[in-house]
Design a protein around this ligand. Sequence first.
Ligand code: ATP
Length: 388
Amino acid sequence: MADIIFDGIGKRYPDGFAAIANLDLHIRDGEFLVLVGPSGCGKSTALRMIAGLEEITDGRLIIDGVIANNLAPRDRDIAMVFQSYALYPHLNVEENIGFGLRVRGAEKKALAEKVRQTAELLELSEHLKRKPGQLSGGQRQRVAMGRALVRDPKAFLMDEPLSNLDARLRGQMRTEIARLQKLTGVTTVYVTHDQVEAMTMGDRVAVMRHGVLQQLDTPRALYDTPANLFVAGFIGAPSMNFMAADLVKTEGGIDARVGPFEFLFEADDLAARPGLNRSAGDRVILGIRPEMFTPVDNPDSAVNTVTGEVIFVEDLGSTLLAHVDIGSADGSLREIGDDGEDDGALSAPRLRVVLDGQTRVKAGETITLAVDAGHIHVFNAQTEGAIR
Ligand code: ATP
């Protein structure tokens, strides 16, 4: 097992495109680290660097204390599981799992024992004589993992290994891979564009965008305290609502004004986030997660509320997802897109609001929603960094 350190790593392709810029990332020995980000953010490039499949143009890659920039892939003792499982169709499960060890000249008895143990761990013992064509997608996936596991590698690399599976199997395998990783304790780096995979599987998650690491944190910390607008919008489903607001100092504290609505940050909120005081007078972006709203029956007595018209309701059984239009008549509310981009002052903001499945609400109704000031994220409109 090993830790893996990206020390000021950069990758520039021959055409001059910088796929990764100045990446500092310490993957700890034994941890399950997920690299997540939208298509093209550089996550596969980073993973391929660890495997030795991608030339590094800047910085140092240190694997298990050794500078590995120029180490040949076969000398790194690292196993990679790809999107396509790349099993040998003419070999059975046993032979597929043992293949890597056999070509390395492992002794027959030791090989058989190792394959047996690995198959047991992966719950494949009953299928050892089957060919890949006789297996389900999930079983094939496990064989592919078995081929990597059997080698006792220093680290496991996985590049979107579940993307070919249906939703149900993907859910199962998420749990399965995370469980196996805990069992074996092998340092694992897992690449995905799916934030649900990232959140459910990773001990820590590195969020990347345009080749730049945005935040490295536990799933919980990413959700609770996103470092910037991009991470805030990327992590969490349905995604966070964003609204442009003006911060105004008042007697009661700091007021965030969004068109006709006001959210007050009082003394205890300001003590927790002193940066809000420093931003008084600024135009900022507020972020509120869809699940943080509470409908209120008596709007007059409630504070920190928005009122709008329910446009439509998606009934998901245990929850409802209501789309609520809070656009003011004067158009002073600005729509901020899911990606955190300010789309201009054109359309009325529509909030995504997650409500309890038992809530009675219909399209066309007016609804008032309260939100605790502690659950309102505030971002600098220029730098897009969280104000804390
Ligand atoms: P995806 O989820 O779509 O696989 P990714 O985050 O894994 O995306 P990478 O495959 O790491 O992205 O690619 C990062 C960036 O580098 C992309 O913008 C891609 O277009 C670019 N890139 C990849 N290979 C080359 C190349 N040979 N020459 C120039 N640019 C490249």
